[in-house]
Design a protein around this ligand. Sequence first.
Ligand SMILES: [Zn+2]
Length: 256
Amino acid sequence: MLEIIPLPALKDNYIWLLKNKISRHVAIVDPSEAEPVLNVIKSEGLIPIAIMVTHHHWDHVGGIPGITEQFDIPVYTPKLEPVAGSTNPVGEGDIVSLPELALSLEIMDVPGHTSGAVAYYTDDMVFSGDTLFTAGCGRMFEGTPPQMHASLSKFKTLPDSTLLYCGHEYTVSNLKFAASVEPDNTAIQERLRLAEETRNLNSPTVPATLAAEKQTNPFLRCEEPDVISAASHFSGKKLNKAADVFAAVRQWKDNF
Ligand SMILES: [Zn+2]
């Protein structure tokens, strides 16, 4: 009865719609712009029930006013960040209850990309915004490497079958970088081949399972000998701590 729909927006953003296929209720994650959301609401006769925001960047919140002008619905936003139009600030351990979708989402704080970023998760899915990407992670605009590494480690505690829904279509370029970090990792090569095929059909490569992320996302693999060794080579010194390995891989990616 629940369908998760990607709405491509701006250059490479995804707005996620959580839709009850029978009742047509819909929750909206990270509305970068209002227009594509309002269009699909109109064309499919959907009933909006909530907006959920992962962080304060304009390309995740820009559509809030245009949607709430027409629909008086709660707007869940990270409580540590200012977001215009917020009605329900949320943080670690809070629950967003959406009975129309028979869904409860739990919040985890995942600072690093921004200082108060949150993720929304259930038993089988997680909305990560720009913190964890398919095969990559966000830039650290407001956080430190230990903070971002700790946030990414929290995603690793979710079940392997969890589907990761992130805020941008970056999989192919992320996997090209991953292949440079771990040239001998055949899972990366195979995933890159599939992701390129998918993109050639103009289809989304998101979501992905956390199992696939753990095998191919270098930012979740900072304890792996091959990643430690590549990061040490990049930084010109032997790295021991996972957070230092993460910092080196992130810096490498920033210049890739
Ligand atoms: Zn962002």
